[in-house]
Design a protein. Sequence first.
Length: 506
Amino acid sequence: MADAKREIERKYESDESGLPDLTGVGGVAAVLDKGVVELDATYHDTADEHLAAASITLRRRTGGSDAGWHLKFPVAPGVREEIHAPLSDSLPEELAALVRSRVRDAELIPVVRLRSARDLRHLVDATGRLLAEASVDAVTAERLTEGGGTAQWTEIEVELAEDVDPVVLDKVEKRLRRAGVRPSKAPSKLARALADTAPAGKKARRGPKKPAKPAKPVTAGDHILAYVRDQRDAIVELDPAVRRDVEDSVHKMRVATRRMRSTFRSFGKVLDRTVTDPIGVELKWLAAELGVDRDREVLTERLTAALDAVPGELVSGPVHERLRLWAGASHGGARGRVIGVLDSRRYLTLLDTLDALVAGPPLLEAAAGTPEKVIAKAVRKGFASVAGLVEHALDLDPGHERDLGLHEARKKAKRARYAAEAATPALGDPAAALTKDMKSLQTLLGDHQDSVMARQTLRELAAVAHAAGESAFTYGLLYGREEQGAAAVEAELPGVWKGMRSGASV
């Protein structure tokens, strides 16, 4: 089983100056000499270094206190999420799965071997608590792929201990700089090794190879493609978090699929829909698969909060237990299903298709037009569609038909929001204001739809309780409160919509 931790560290170039005395710096009461540790790490990547391009490292390391497989994802400069698996001869499947969205079908091969003699120090406070580890590493790098060379260097590394204020690193760095030690130009040992051991004639700068940065958007097509690219990147980057069941990761991936699909539909004059519509079908499939568990989670949170607000004397029967059983009925199976989806050929093919779309977009003639003309027109069309649906729903009597009408208006508001969001870099404040309005409308109508779904679930739970000979009183009470909440939304909506309609200026 893999373990995860947050790694916060900084690297420095020492120029043989070594590690200065850090006693008294940032609460450091003593510097404990832990001796020299011999580390031997083999880094794996695809032949064209897909992982390095994303600043992801995957290694098998022996020596030290944490021998095993390490997979590191970037979080922020100097901060990485490290996932550790026990030492084995071959790459553990659980780690291989976490990089699948990056490597797809490409083989992971040994690319670099790093051997380090680590002269280790523990920086501790007056109570003996570890604040940070500081080391001077004498590194030998060997490129394992054809034509590669070797390199040697010495560096200083300072890694923050768990649950310690990062200000310690700032104070240590201040002391190191005064001693003539400079921050490393390379973000990691691997990045420096790849640069310094590259085949002759292919020496690279220190740092992972990055895809060429797209030019600043100018045309309508440039802006829409930039937004699509961002959503593609989000899906790929969220894949490992979804596999690890990180909080809110499923929701964020679903949002990225919806944003992209909405963009295809809203800007059909920019991107050829004969190409994007089939991709939209696949994105809809992925969002639906991801939502199998998510929708129930959201509804569970709503019903649990509502039940918690009911005075104890009004809770009749095992209502909490029934809600808990209903909430957990499908979680395990749904989690396994999501992992199966992310491992499926259909999903990996979708990722390949999105890469191809971004690399060779199916731009139509209007894509060469100005954003002020092409994009603004599409955004106005989306807003008009929302207006028609909201006003139609408000003309209906309260009940099932109005519920359906408001649900359709919510979906269109979401699409209009994403269209305005995509347009904001080009159109500025008017599009940003519309994005905010559509988000507010979506939230209001979403609360109404959640109430519709909550009432449906409460009816089902009440029927089960009644069949078991239990009181259905509390379910009816909750149902009534949900009904009142929906009525309040419907009463608020006309005024909210009137203000939005009068303020729209895109």
